[in-house]
Ligand binder design. Structure first.
Ligand code: NDP
Length: 246
C-alpha cells in the first residue's frame, strides 16, 4: 500500500525546482497533488502530465503567493477538486540577492510577501479543512539557521521567520493531531540557485559533502515528513544541506 494513498497534498510553487520534485515524489507515494505556480503555466502543466503519466492525479492552479486571495482560492480549489487536504507544502519562495543597503523597500516587501505572508495565508486557509493526521511542511532554508555569506539579508530574515512560525504553530495545532515542520535545504541546484557559476563556488565549498544537493534529495525528506512514519515529529527544523551548517 502506498504511504500516501487517499491523501491530498498542495505544493505551492510546484512547477519547477524543489516544488516540482516534491509534487512528483508525493504523487509517486500515492497522494493526489495540487500545485500552484505564478507565471509559467507550461512548466506547471508539464508537472501535471508527468504525474498523470505515472498513474497519479494532479492539478495546476495559477496563484501568486503574494496575492492572499489567490492563495485562498488555490486551497479551496484543491479541496473542491480532490475532496480534502492532508498535506500542505509551503514551498513557493524567492530571493533577491544583493547587499542589504542596496535592497529597496519594495524588494524587501516582495520577499516578505511571498516567503512569509503567502505561507501564513496558505496555512490558515488549509487549516480550515485539515483533519487529524494533517501535515504542514515549510520549505525554509539552511540560512534560517546560520548565514555563511553576505547578500541574503531579507531572505534569511524571512526564512528565520518561517522557522519560528513553524515552531509556534506546532503548539497550536498539535492537539488536533496536525504536525508542523520546517525542512531547511542547503544549496540545491535549481533556477533560483544554479550549481554552475561564480555564486555556486563558495556555497559548494561550505558543504561537508563538497557538492550541491539535488531536488530529489529534498523531496525525499518532505515525503518522509508527509508520511505516516513521521507521526511524532513536530515543531522540528530538519536540515538537508550536505553539512553546510555542520
Ligand atoms: P525556483 O525558482 O527554482 O522555483 C520556484 C517555484 O516557485 C516555481 O515553480 C515558480 O513558478 C514558483 N514561484 C515563484 N514565485 C512564486 C510566487 N510568487 N507564487 C507562486 N509560485 C511562485 O526555486 P527553488 O526550487 O530553488 O526554491 C523553492 C523553495 O526552496 C523556496 O522557498 C526557496 O527559498 C527554498 N530554498 C531553495 C534553496 C536552493 O538552493 N535552491 C535553498 C534553500 C531554500 P513560476 O515559474 O510560475 O513563477
Amino acid at each position: 500500500m502506498s504511504k500516501l494513498a487517499e491523501k491530498v497534498a498542495l505544493v505551492t510553487g510546484g512547477s519547477r525546482g524543489i516544488g516540482a520534485a516534491i509534487a512528483k515524489r508525493l504523487a509517486a507515494d500515492g497522494a493526489s497533488v495540487a500545485i500552484t505556480y505564478a507565471k509559467d503555466a507550461g512548466a506547471a502543466s508539464a508537472v501535471v502530465k508527468a504525474i498523470e503519466l505515472g498513474g497519479g492525479k494532479a492539478v495546476a492552479i495559477q496563484a501568486d503567493a503574494a496575492d492572499v486571495e489567490a492563495v485562498k482560492r488555490a486551497v479551496e480549489k484543491t479541496v473542491a477538486t480532490f475532496g480534502r487536504i492532508d498535506v500542505l507544502v509551503n514551498n513557493a519562495g524567492t530571493a533577491i540577492p544583493k547587499t542589504f543597503e542596496e535592497t529597496t523597500l519594495e524588494e524587501m516587501d516582495r520577499v516578505i510577501d511571498i516567503n512569509v505572508r503567502g505561507t501564513f495565508a496558505a496555512t490558515q486557509a488549509s487549516l480550515k479543512h485539515m483533519k487529524s493526521g494533517g501535515r504542514i511542511i515549510m520549505i525554509g532554508s539552511a540560512v534560517g539557521e546560520r548565514v555563511a555569506a553576505p547578500g541574503l539579508v531579507p531572505y534569511a530574515g524571512t526564512k528565520g521567520a518561517v522557522k519560528m512560525f513553524s515552531q509556534a504553530l506546532s503548539r497550536e495545532v498539535g492537539s488536533r493531531g496536525i504536525t508542523v515542520n520546517n525542512v531547511q535545504p542547503g544549496p540545491i541546484d535549481t533556477d533560483l540557485n544554479p550549481a554552475a557559476g561564480d555564486w555556486a563556488v563558495p556555497q559548494k565549498a561550505a558543504t561537508a559533502l563538497g557538492r550541491y544537493g539535488h531536488v530529489e534529495e529534498v523531496a525525499a525528506l518532505v515525503a518522509f515528513v508527509a508520511g505516516p512514519e513521521s507521526s511524532y515529529i513536530t515543531g522540528a527544523n530538519l536540515t538537508v544541506d550536505g553539512g553546510m551548517n555542520a
